[in-house]
Design a protein around this ligand. Structure first.
Ligand SMILES: [Zn+2]
Length: 151
């Protein structure tokens, strides 16, 4: 009996050591964890179904009910909007600050200013698809400037 204990003890110690090492590896190297962006993408459809009339982040797809938008303010000068309705009206010369928010705070922070630009362009194009009066290249230049300045 005593002899068999001495005989098996080294095997038992080895077995415990192997189990311990296996446990430590499994704890320190978890299975590839999805990034927050992947999590947001996965939740986007449910977010849009829950809030069908709400606009959403152009990158991850979460609606503004579920994620905070990043506001980018841009300044326009001599922007004739709303346009004059009568010929006698003088063009409205104004200097205003407007906001645009195509990305959520998370997506905005994950991209460089150059990478953000296409999302802003897409929203700007959507604006003048529904409102041709806003098809104003000067407005786009101001948005582009603000985005590239990191706003
Ligand atoms: Zn997003």
């Amino acid at each position: 009996m005593k002899a068999s204990l001495y005989f098996f003890a080294p095997f038992m110690i080895c077995l415990v050591a192997v189990a311990a090492v296996t446990f430590l590896i499994s704890v320190s190297v978890p299975a590839s964890k999805p990034t927050p962006f992947e999590n947001r993408k996965r939740l986007a459809l449910a977010s849009q179904e829950k809030n069908p009339t709400m606009s959403f982040c152009q990158r991850c797809g979460l609606t503004w009910a579920d994620v905070e938008p990043h506001d980018t303010y841009y300044h326009t000068e001599n922007y004739n909007y709303p346009p004059s309705t009568q010929e006698s009206d003088q063009p409205k010369i104004s200097s205003c600050t407007y906001g645009i928010f195509p990305l959520c705070e998370y997506c905005w922070s994950e991209l460089t200013p150059e990478e953000r630009l296409p999302y802003y362009r897409r929203v700007w194009e959507l604006w003048h698809k529904y409102d041709p009066i806003k098809n104003d290249e000067e407005q786009w230049r101001q948005i582009e400037k603000a985005v590239l300045e990191g706003k």
